[in-house]
Write a protein that binds this ligand. Structure first.
Ligand code: RIB
Length: 351
């Protein structure tokens, strides 16, 4: 039976990624580890899969893309921008939805390997870097989108979600809110964890401000509505005066619950800010403040990097991080000025 990279990694006591680096990026590996890996390669008689190099010669004209949730307009906007950039080079995109499940993510990665994709773009749910090393061994590069790479062997294009969470809560505090609820989850999603980290950092600078966390089972309208109803079920004195939703779908759900029940007025009684600034945010029944991500730029940049790495596998990996932007609309006006524009720089006001 043929010896695989995983066999070499197991014998050398290193990760598949390290074996890949010894063969492709030896400058990233210490001499001691390199010697240990080389010894395992010799002992096992491992032969590099030269088909990978031949694969590059017959590279397909299709890019595989895996996103967390196709129901979320953020990801369809991201995929659309990637598709437009790919088309400029005569390539197409096949879009897969992991639905925030590691097993579905793995199924798509298997499919993209079998189909010998030109490359793979992935907004990851699980930890799949070993899987991406195996793709690379087959001559298929991968770029992480909307998430920094924990393995510096792979490029990534993302947004600083810690800064985004900080922006959101800092804005609520500047509007006079002091009892803030972060609503989002599951915490297996890196973007949620980073936004919560930023929210906590903003609140930490204000002893008069409390920040509670309401974890949801998914980043969906339904989960947001459930969280909104849970807030309404509390006694009047035990409700937050502001909600920072981990994304706009959660915010839409919270807004629906509050509007349907009618007890709490947004923003007079409770301010509400989301994340992503999807098109529905500005069209909501109470125009939603949000943290805007440069979604199109994310998609275009990810494809650009993938094409460069497909053409030159020796290129060093790059971590590109963009900054989010605060967009202020009616849903976060200060309580005493709910009918007026907030006292913020004109530049951050969304018309
Ligand atoms: O699905 C996870 C969330 O992270 C999306 O709403 C979008 O904000 C992405 O960055």
């Amino acid at each position: 039976m043929s010896v695989s990279v995983k066999d070499v990694a197991a014998l050398a006591g290193v990760s598949v990624g390290t074996v890949s680096n010894v063969m492709n990026r030896p400058e990233k590996v210490s001499a001691v580890v390199a010697a240990r890996v080389q010894s395992a390669i010799d002992d096992l008689g491992f032969v590099r899969n030269d088909a990978a190099r031949q694969l590059r010669a017959r590279r397909s004209k299709t890019i595989g893309m895996i996103v967390l949730d196709v129901r979320n307009p953020f990801f369809t906007d991201l995929a659309r921008a990637a598709e437009d950039r790919a088309a400029r080079d005569g390539l197409s995109i096949i879009l897969g939805n992991s639905d925030e499940k590691a097993e579905r993510e793995s199924t798509y990665l298997d499919l993209f390997e079998e189909q010998r994709m030109h490359g793979v773009l992935i907004s990851p749910f699980g930890d799949m870097t070993d899987r991406l090393h195996r793709l690379r061994e087959r001559g298929i590069p991968a770029v992480l989108v909307d998430r920094t790479s924990t393995d510096d062997a792979f490029s990534s294009v993302s947004v600083d979600d810690v800064a985004g969470g900080n922006l959101a809560v800092d804005h609520l505090i500047s509007q006079g809110r002091t009892s803030i609820a972060f609503v989002g989850g599951p915490l297996g999603i890196r973007q949620v964890v980073d936004r919560l980290e930023g929210a906590r950092a903003a609140a930490a600078g204000h002893p008069e401000v409390s920040l509670e966390v309401i974890i949801t089972g998914a980043l969906s309208v339904i989960e947001g509505r459930a969280a909104g109803n849970a807030i309404l079920a509390r006694p009047a004195g035990d409700r937050p005066d502001a909600v920072f939703a981990a994304n706009d779908l959660i915010a839409m759900g919270v807004l629906q619950a509050l509007n349907m029940q009618g007890q709490l007025h947004v923003p007079r009684d409770i301010a509400l800010i989301g994340y992503d600034d999807i098109d529905f945010a500005s069209a909501a029944v109470v125009p939603l403040s949000s943290i805007r991500q440069p979604t199109a730029l994310l998609g275009q940049t990810a494809v650009q990097i993938l094409l460069e790495e497909a053409a030159d596998p020796a290129l060093a990996a790059r971590q590109v991080v963009f900054q989010p932007e605060l967009v202020v609309r009616e849903s976060t006006f200060s309580p005493d000025r709910a009918a007026a524009r907030p006292n913020l720089p004109e530049s951050s006001l969304e018309r």
